[in-house]
Design a protein around this ligand. Structure first.
Ligand code: SF4
Ligand code: SF4
Length: 92
């Protein structure tokens, strides 16, 4: 069981020092999690430290491939509202 960082990671470095298993490492083009080292923080913390600090919605997936911080969970903006706003911005 391991979490996964995907391409929307902005390389902010926030997660790397928090990992109790030293499973997160800098790579190109974005940070990665060593699946062999990631314990999902089991036994150390009640929640995944990387996902709890990550500022980017959707950048970290759980072992089922679902975002730990889904769209709207950090910004409080419902995904459909965000899509509307982006469409409006692009129209200008
Ligand atoms: S879930 Fe925990 S152990 Fe796994 S990468 Fe994130 S911080 Fe490290
Ligand atoms: S906290 Fe999130 S955005 Fe920042 S480096 Fe880690 S995965 Fe990437």
């Amino acid at each position: 069981m391991a979490l996964k960082i995907i391409e929307s990671c902005v390389n902010c470095w926030a997660c790397e020092p928090l990992c109790p298993s030293q499973a997160i490492y800098e790579a190109k083009p974005h940070f990665l999690i060593d699946a062999k080292k990631c314990t999902e923080c089991d036994g150390d913390y009640s929640d995944a430290q990387c996902a709890s600090i990550c500022p980017i919605e959707g950048a970290i997936l759980d072992s089922f491939g679902a975002p730990v911080n889904p769209a709207g969970s950090l910004t409080g903006i419902p995904p459909e509202k965000m899509a509307e706003a982006m469409a409006e911005l692009q129209a200008h």
